[in-house]
Design a protein around this ligand. Sequence first.
Ligand code: UDP
Ligand code: MG
Length: 321
Amino acid sequence: MRVETGAPLEPQLSVVAPLYNEADNVEPLVQWILEALGTYPGTFEVILVDDGSRDDTWSRIAGAAAAHPAIHGLRLGRNVGQTAAMMAGFDHARGRVVVSLDGDLQNDPRDIPMLVAKLDEGYDLVCGWRQQRQDKLILRKVPSWVANRLIRRLTGVQITDNGCSLKAYRRDLLDRISLYAEQHRFIPALSASVGARITELPVRHHARRFGESKYGISRTVKVLVDLFTLKMITTFRSRPLVGFALAAMPMVAAALAFTGLWVYAATHFTPLKSEAIVFPGAALLWLGAAFYLAMLGLVAEVALSSERESAREFPTAWEVR
Ligand code: UDP
Ligand code: MG
């Protein structure tokens, strides 16, 4: 449900924050954002997404929305997770520029004007970089350091802090990427894959004051699984046959090895031993498996090509002068 408060139509900037059981953070957050944007020259709206909280979060959001015309509340039917909550907020955001941040006061709204100004220099995405992160070392900073290195290696996108929620986006970019699961950490990588111009800026970061973190160490595993899937999807989607052919290579090698053994046995072993059928059998088995994979790859290519035809999935121009 969206609380309509009569804000001016089409604000220039939309600020989106997901909140899950953050009741005590709502009012300070609203105050802080309004203060930080007090000197912002354009029009803006703030969209607070209640991600199915079980505490007072929604009533506080509704109260803030009633008190300030620029504040809007969005209540999700159940807890769908941070990424989906952010997506819901993006869907309702009307600004030409959108900024996302955490709803727990860990990101600093005073950094918003700086990110937006950087965007205006000609970027599609400006990522916050928590240089002095105020989180636990073992549970947060170490896993995050490893994950960020892996993300940089696997995606080739040189953003230092992928996990920072404080980011500024051009509306057109958000329309081009879709996120699911825990993928908000891969926004830079997904944006790069659609040709976005990306940069990063150091931002402030604060320790949590109210409420508690929604994640444990199990998040690390989820992030790694998501990263692997993302890599698979992006490489597989363009040329599935290549992936299947690569997987078939070791099988062909095994088939060749068994053929070699078979020839060796036939020429060197005593007649009784050389008639053993295990080597040709094994060779045929591996060859069959390799053939099967290659066929699967071809089927995937055919399926994708007809899908591409119907979706007309061609790269579109970003700038036309
Ligand atoms: N969050 C959410 N839905 C969830 C989990 C988290 O909307 O299922 C919100 C949470 O309220 C906070 C932000 O996402 O505003 C970041 O979560 P958290 O502070 O727990 O993550 P951390 O800072 O510990 O990485
Ligand atoms: Mg937090």
